[in-house]
Design a protein around this ligand. Structure first.
Ligand code: ADP
Ligand code: MG
Length: 234
């Protein structure tokens, strides 16, 4: 479970200092899917980074599966991220000089995992790219690149998947395929899913929708209790 209490964060120096998060309270149950929506610049990406331990809140409390992120040092945070958190972005962020297989193996190798390439191959198969293991990012379509990014994010078997506008660079059909894949893996692997999107239909596939405005949460339009059947797709 993820629990944020009274979280504040400002970034930038001097004149360009911005109060980005202004008193965030948010509790997310383990395994829940949460859509995070709000205008551009409202702090969505920053909130994801705080949950992932990539940005440190100025004050408040950030608990992620019993880990008190603000109390952890950088080494512990890095270990925590590597083991528990998978992140995918709008622009894929693959290493251009590495094949799909090498990209997918990165987090496994960083964790010193044996059989990193064998596991990576299995992860590529799980996202439907078993036939593209030796392709470089430039030789793959946008949808295929995002599949590699998903395989890489999920290879360490994280308990939380964080997705920042994962379909933002894809056409609608491809975006739909990537969303289907993401929600399927979220279910199969019982991961918590935090999804930022501008696509209302995509947000509505989440069990819960949370809205940010100028760094503060506002009431969500719908909230499905976790005990109810959660799949709104198909
Ligand atoms: P969103 O993802 O909702 O579009 P962001 O979290 O990316 O919003 O950014 C929220 C606000 O914080 C924006 O006004 C942005 O310009 C500002 N911001 C983000 N990162 C920094 C930074 N490192 N320094 C200063 N301002 C920043
Ligand atoms: Mg953003």
């Amino acid at each position: 479970m993820i629990s944020l209490k009274d979280v504040y964060l400002s970034l930038g120096l001097g004149q360009s200092r911005v109060d980005i998060l202004r008193g965030i309270d948010l509790d997310i149950e383990r395994g829940q899917s949460v859509g995070l929506v709000g205008p551009s610049g409202s702090g969505k990406s920053t909130l994801l980074m705080v949950m992932a331990g990539l940005e440190r809140a100025d004050r408040g409390q950030v608990l992620v599966e019993r880990n008190d992120l603000l109390g952890m040092n950088e080494d512990d945070l890095a270990r925590f991220r590597g083991a528990r958190i998978g992140i995918i972005f709008q622009s894929f962020h693959l290493v251009p000089t590495m094949t799909a297989l090498e990209n997918t193996a990165i987090p496994l190798e960083l964790a010193g995992q044996r059989d990193a390439f064998e596991i990576a191959k299995g992860e590529l198969e799980a996202v439907g790219l078993g036939h593209r293991t030796h392709h470089y990012p430039a030789e793959l379509s946008g949808g295929e690149q995002q599949r590699v990014a998903i395989a890489r994010a999920l290879a360490p078997r994280p308990s939380i998947l964080i997705a920042d506008e994962p379909t933002g660079n894809l056409d609608s059909d491809t975006g739909r395929e990537i969303s289907d894949l993401m929600f399927r893996l979220h279910k199969e692997r019982a991961m918590t899913l935090m999804l930022v999107t501008h696509d209302a239909n995509l947000a509505d596939r989440c069990e819960r929708v949370v809205r940010l405005r100028s760094g503060q949460l506002v009431e969500s339009p719908h909230e499905v209790p976790a005990s109810e059947p959660t799949s709104r797709s198909s």
